[in-house]
Write a protein that binds this ligand. Structure first.
Ligand code: 5AD
Ligand code: SF4
Length: 447
């Protein structure tokens, strides 16, 4: 009886693959569902709406979606009322939504990244008409403001400042699935930040595929550095993060804004992708290894203690051992606090997919392992420098493994675990670092 009741009530389950943009989109989908009376569940078998918000950046992410979709067939058989929706970047690829609907007959709704705001309408149609609903907009729309949102955290929040990307790096599918760059108006961004602060949020992350080109298409005369300075003035806000940057566009005025604005943290994510000029050129990145290192030097000089993180791809078409050594050299020279490492994945319709010199899998994996070794060694080195220091930590929540342990982050974005009471969540506390690892640190609260 109990189980039946659970299924009859309005519950949704949402699974998100990919980047922070997708996470924020899922928070908006959750907001729309909350508006029409749905509650979130963490269990698929208790949901009557299941949403998969997909990522298309690498093949691996897509394979996971296929596997998970297959596994839903049984749930749908047991509960024919269940509505299954698939959305996100994967759906924006040519022919993909048709393929999903054909291969997975139990999927009820597919929609793309540009029309997520219409989800409640699709849900209603799937329910009342009992047909598969599909709508994908090929092109981006004007920005839809004022969408409801149910955020995952009560302490930190994402604030999207721009959508889309104009860069067309040759390996990347994002410009094809997220459309061209559009910036939100500064007044809309500020209103959202003020509203977040009034609800108790202490930290925000300004999001965009390339935040450095913020403002380009706006009537107002504003750029990213100007926006940082405006957001820095919001009373009650403690920390401002931003991501992601493009090395070719991270100009001096942004570095100076990071230096001058007390709320902007000392952490910059600066994806290098490769340390070989030949590859940077064929990736269409628009900077050289030396140009990148020069930006890093400026950052380190003007923002003392800055933590730098990056994204790196190994096995891009044509990558030679020498090219790869160039990448390892950047890792050694910069000494990243964190680096996200990726094996090149062929994406249909991108220029790199048509390049002839694809690197064999075995070579890709061998280089990947060497890269990970260097990246982890450097992260540990950087974290070791914090040993004994007293850091300011914004407490974000309890550890998954031990409710007596709290988890938070330093201004430089490092995860810190320490013993403390739940009441501290949402506060800035001082923690003396007593133990460091590659990915996180432990410490004791200092009062
Ligand atoms: N293969 C591997 N990694 C990729 N990325 C983007 N496209 C690909 C691809 N085809 C990586 C880049 C980017 C990050 C978000 O994902 O490093 O910065
Ligand atoms: Fe992809 Fe390049 Fe745009 Fe980043 S800047 S989203 S890697 S095309």
């Amino acid at each position: 009886m109990f189980e039946r009741k659970m299924i009859l009530s309005k519950r949704y389950y949402i699974e998100t693959w990919g980047c922070q943009m997708n996470e924020e989109d899922s928070e908006k989908l959750s907001g729309m569902l909350a508006n029409i009376g749905y509650e979130k569940t963490l269990f698929k078998d208790q949901a009557n709406v299941i949403i998969f918000n997909t990522c298309a950046v690498r093949e691996n992410a897509e394979l996971k979606v296929y596997g998970n979709l297959g596994a839903l067939k049984k749930l749908k058989r047991d509960n024919p009322e269940l509505i299954i929706a698939v959305c996100g970047c994967m759906m924006q690829q040519k022919g993909m939504s048709e393929e999903i609907l054909k291969k997975y007959r139990h999927v009820d709704i597919v929609f793309g990244t540009h029309n997520a705001y219409k989800f409640p309408e699709y849900l209603e149609r799937a329910r009342t008409e009992g047909v598969q609903v599909k709508e994908i907009f090929e092109k981006e729309t004007d920005i839809v403001e004022g969408m409801p949102i149910t955020r995952e955290s009560t302490v930190t929040a994402y604030v999207t400042i721009m959508y889309g990307c104009n860069n067309f790096c040759t390996y990347c599918i994002v410009p094809y699935v997220r459309g061209r760059e559009r910036s939100r108006k500064p007044e809309d961004i500020l209103a959202e930040v003020r509203d977040l602060v009034s609800k108790g949020y202490r930290e925000i992350t300004l999001l965009g595929q390339n935040v450095n080109s913020y403002g380009v298409n706006l009537e107002q005369d504003i750029n990213f550095a100007g926006l940082l300075r405006l957001v820095n003035e919001v009373d009650g806000l403690e920390r401002i993060r931003f991501m992601t940057n493009h090395p070719k566009d991270l100009t001096d005025d942004v570095i100076e804004a990071v230096r001058d604005c007390s709320k902007v943290v000392e952490q910059v994510h600066l994806p290098v992708q490769s340390g070989s000029d030949t590859l940077l050129k064929s990736m269409n990145r628009g900077y050289s290894k030396e140009g990148y290192l020069e930006t890093v030097r400026k950052l380190k000089e003007r923002v003392p203690g800055v933590a730098i993180s990056t994204d790196i791809i190994v096995g891009f078409p044509g990558e030679t051992e020498e090219d790869f050594l160039g990448t390892l050299d950047v890792v050694e020279t910069v000494g990243y606090d964190t680096a996200y490492t990726f094996i090149y994945s062929r994406r249909k319709h991108t220029p790199a997919d048509r390049m002839t010199e694809q690197v064999p899998d075995k070579v890709k994996h061998e280089r990947f392992n060497r890269l990970v070794e260097a990246v982890n060694r450097k992260s540990l080195e950087r974290n070791s420098a914090c040993l004994g220091n007293i850091c300011e930590v914004l407490v974000e929540g309890q550890s998954k493994y031990d409710p007596e342990v709290l988890q938070g982050r330093t201004r430089t974005g490092k995860t810190v675990n320490f013993k403390g009471e739940e009441e501290l969540i949402g506060n800035l506390v001082k923690v003396r670092i007593s133990k460091v690892g590659t990915f996180s640190m432990n410490g004791d609260r200092v009062v």
